[in-house]
Design a protein around this ligand. Structure first.
Ligand code: WT7
Length: 578
């Protein structure tokens, strides 16, 4: 039998701000970052220029490893120069404070320069996941009036050029890999643009409350919501990098998440640069052997990854680990889905270190609950709220009112006291939806949890029907909408079906129009249609035809019932559903 608690004895590198019982002093975090009261707060300045001007200037900010094992480093000083150039290039294109710059490309040097250069001039950056198809791209760029898109020639040709006429706000497309020859019409060449730009400091004064990042996230109903984050969020990123990831300035850090999602942005870019570490960037896709080699040969000290990846490594089996040692590795953490106790112990057995679960969401912008550096670990638990974060478990009473549950081990919704620096400030253009996330001063997370008598939180499930596949949140509505575009489809209900590796796999139930007969050929055609429109990350893996779909009294499809049937579970009493 494994013990239920792993005692942690190592001394932690906590900042003095983490003052135990005394209230957490965010001002102190700001001082550590060099922020002066009333002065500019700009993520690019604090993560890049600040280090470039210091003794850290010649340290690599990023060290990327490409598919062939080739490496390329970018020092803080080089990054400062390139982001100044790109920032000035954006200015020359008429981009200013508040304009939205989208990025759609793989994990390559230009992506990091584009993100940080745009932040430098006060633009709002929104990343798109490279595995998105044209529909998720169109949807997000339209909602945010994207003015500039930084992408690759092939992504542009396949996914954006066909819909460009539907994006009237899009004024400039910058292609990072078009070497000038055969340039596509109505696009800019990255290299030429940078060459022509001045190298003078491009920084535009921004304040802690100015918008910086826009991350789209999915709900059960309606299209994805753009969660808007501000420059001041960096206080959370910096503090949590220290408290929850144990990052120290000389570390080699590897966050495996793609910057197309909030984890890759907050902890692949902002947090590590704020501390001043060297981040490893793997340009290739997941491969178990390759990942272990990177951990080993790049001398990774701190590793932040996801349960899906851990499950894939576990599946690859012990032979893969034979003879491998990770002497540099000091701290391992994961996020995005439940991390079960076996996975924590797998870390102990194979890496020599337990895996620290952390919890947060797109809306929280940074880690809120964690098995922090100094805490004992309870395998299977998400840990405790970090310093500066006040968490509650709440139960909904009749109507809109919420009641705080104090009794340990009682299931309720995880809520957080509003006001931490990286809290989202809006759902773009949807104030009512934003308002619904709050009850008084509490932000309601939509996750069901229980808190034990020691204050550790345990994940129970989601309140809504969103799907978590390979760590990515997918809104069933977005998938259903694309399926229903197809002339053969009458209705669609999309659910997450348990999957040994991805956590959940996307499955669609369809009814067909009266004159259409189900067939294998049609199923394949619909799978292909969804994949073409949505991209591999969002498209269903499985489609089933049904005679009819279950509805609530108000006519909504009851995905919960579809899921219960799929799992062979009791359907429960659905008579009270509106
Ligand atoms: C949802 C947020 C995680 C940040 C990036 C993704 C689930 C997150 C855990 C965890 C169980 C977790 C929750 C949450 N989730 N961390 N440690 N244990 N579930 O952010 O795409 O907005 O997803 O991911 O359901 O609400 P996101």
């Amino acid at each position: 039998m494994r013990p239920t608690v792993i005692r942690q004895s190592h001394g932690a590198a906590l900042s003095p701000a983490a003052g135990g019982a005394t209230p957490f002093a965010w001002e102190q975090v700001g001082r550590e970052l060099g922020i002066t009261p009333g002065g500019t707060v700009n993520i690019a300045q604090l993560t890049v220029d600040r280090h470039a001007a210091s003794a850290r200037g010649d340290q690599p900010a990023f060290r990327s490893v490409n598919a062939d094992g080739g490496r390329r480093s970018l020092t803080y000083r080089e990054l400062a120069r390139l982001t100044d150039r790109f920032g000035n290039a954006l200015k020359s294109l008429g981009v200013g404070k508040g304009d939205c710059v989208f990025v759609l490309c793989g994990r390559r040097c230009e992506l990091y320069v584009a993100v940080l250069g745009a932040l430098k001039v006060g633009a709002v950056v929104s990343p798109l996941f490279p595995a998105f198809g044209p529909e998720p791209i169109r949807n997000r760029m339209t909602q945010a009036n994207g003015k500039v898109l930084v992408t690759t020639a092939s992504a542009y040709r396949r996914k954006v050029a066909p819909i460009r006429a539907e994006l009237p706000a899009l004024q400039h497309v910058v292609l990072v890999d078009d070497l000038g020859a055969g340039a596509m019409p109505e696009t800019h060449d990255w290299e030429a643009l940078l060459q022509a730009a001045a190298e003078a400091p491009a920084l535009v004064a921004t304040s802690a409350d100015d918008p910086a990042l826009l991350h789209f996230t999915s709900g059960t109903t309606g299209m994805p919501k753009g969660a808007l984050h501000v420059h001041g969020a960096i206080l959370t990123h910096y503090a949590t990098a220290r408290l929850a990831l144990d990052l120290r300035p000389d570390d080699v850090f590897w966050c495996t998440a793609d910057p197309g999602w909030v984890t890759g942005m907050s902890y692949g870019i902002v947090a590590p640069l704020a501390v001043g570490v060297t981040s490893i960037v793997d340009e290739a896709e997941f491969d178990a052997v390759r990942w272990l080699s990177i951990l080993e040969s790049e001398g990774v000290n701190v590793w932040y990854t996801a349960p899906t990846a851990i499950r894939m490594l576990m599946k690859a089996g012990p032979p893969l680990f034979a003879g491998r040692r990770f002497p540099a590795l000091r701290f391992v953490a994961s996020v995005g889905e439940p991390l079960n106790a076996q996975a924590v112990w797998w870390g102990v057995d194979t890496l020599g270190l337990p895996i620290h679960d952390t919890w947060w969401q797109t809306e929280t912008g940074g880690i809120m609950v964690a098995n922090a550096v100094t805490d004992d670990i309870k395998p299977g638990s998400m840990g405790r709220p970090l310093p500066g974060i006040v968490a509650r478990v709440v139960r909904q009473r009749a109507g809109e009112t919420r009641e705080v549950i104090e009794t340990p081990d009682t299931v309720g919704e995880l809520a957080l006291e509003a006001g931490w620096p990286s809290m989202f400030r809006a759902y773009l253009g949807q104030p009512e939806r934003y308002g619904k996330c709050f009850a008084g001063k509490l932000y309601l997370s939509g996750d069901l949890v229980r808190r034990d008598a020691d204050g550790y939180y345990w994940f129970v499930g989601r309140r809504d029907d969103v799907i978590k596949s390979a760590g990515h949140l997918i809104g069933p509505f977005e998938v259903e909408s694309v399926l229903m575009e197809h002339p053969a489809v009458a209705e669609a209900g999309v659910i997450g079906k348990p999957d040994a590796l991805a956590g959940e796999a996307i499955k669609a139930f369809l009814t067909l129009r009266r004159d259409v007969a189900p067939s294998e050929a049609l199923r394949m055609e619909l799978l292909a249609h969804a994949r073409r429109r949505l991209g591999a990350a969002v498209a269903p893996k499985e489609i089933a035809f049904a005679e009819c779909l279950p509805h609530t009294r108000s006519g909504k499809i009851m995905r919960r019932l579809l899921k219960a049937r799929e799992l062979g579970l009791p359907e429960g009493d659905s008579s009270t559903l509106e």
